[in-house]
Design a protein around this ligand. Structure first.
Ligand code: DQA
Length: 143
């Protein structure tokens, strides 16, 4: 999770909903545990921290990422290059429908290199992305 997503719950709730990031993470952790999958959560406001985390994920053998790049969506070639460079498959999640907002929000640097994207479903998008990740990690779904 990229910049300002630590403010979820109080940040523009008409756009991003009322769930806090801690609540979302807790929900996902419970689901991952039930599915027998290890989940690690990270939120950062700093681009370099995000790049380092992707590189570390590769060293740790992480099999799948769920990424809400937030404002990095529009700016971070470095984070995109980290993802393509490590070749860790990922789903891009946005709480809001970025196509229904300011026109400049519509173009994501990540969509073309993501396995897929989930937009506009609020925090539910994370749950759906996790279900997909679990299926992929367990080999139930083909490439
Ligand atoms: C966001 C959408 C982005 O446009 C915005 O910069 C965010 C959150 C979303 O989850 O809807 O920070 O990624």
């Amino acid at each position: 999770n990229g910049p300002n997503l630590n403010l979820l719950g109080s940040r523009e709730p008409h756009l991003y909903g009322r769930d806090t990031l801690a609540q979302i993470e807790r929900r996902l952790e419970l689901r991952a545990k039930a599915a027998g999958v290890r989940l690690q959560c990270l939120q950062t406001n700093h681009e370099g921290v995000a790049v380092d985390a992707v590189q570390q994920a590769q060293r740790d053998g992480v099999g799948f990422l769920i990424l809400n790049p937030a404002a990095f969506t529009y700016s971070s070639i470095a984070l995109r290059d980290a993802l393509t460079g490590t070749r860790i498959p990922f789903v891009e999640v946005h709480l809001s429908n970025i196509h229904a907002r300011e026109p400049w929000r519509a173009h994501s640097h990540f969509t073309a290199v993501a396995v897929g994207s989930i937009l506009g479903l609020g925090s539910r998008g994370y749950d759906l992305a996790l279900e997909f990740a679990i299926e992929r990690l367990k080999g139930a779904r083909g490439a």
